[in-house]
Design a protein around this ligand. Structure first.
Ligand code: ZN
Length: 91
């Protein structure tokens, strides 16, 4: 699955669930965060098209790395929301 298709599906899913992706996008340093170990780079210039993590050695396309981070953040949000619903239901 190419990046464009991945992004399109992500946006499609977000339309189903609301605007979580946009909310995440605003505060999450997705481009600077390693999608494997979570290490956040201090700086990442726009000319760096490949993300290289100096912490764990992970290396991949920066857009792919960013979208992996967003996908993880969205699923974390969704799990958190699900937990809220569960605690409302049980509490
Ligand atoms: Zn890493």
């Amino acid at each position: 699955m190419g990046f464009y298709e991945f992004r399109r599906q992500l946006e499609y899913k977000c339309e189903l669930y609301g605007s979580e992706l946009i909310i995440v996008d605003r505060w999450f340093p997705s481009s600077k965060t390693c999608s494997r170990c979570g290490n956040i780079k201090e700086s990442l210039s726009l000319s760096e098209r490949v993300f290289n993590c100096e912490h764990c050695g992970f290396s991949c396309d920066r857009d792919l790395n960013a979208s992996l981070n967003l996908a993880q953040a969205v699923s974390l949000l969704r799990n958190a929301n699900a937990n809220d619903r569960d605690s409302l239901r049980t509490g």
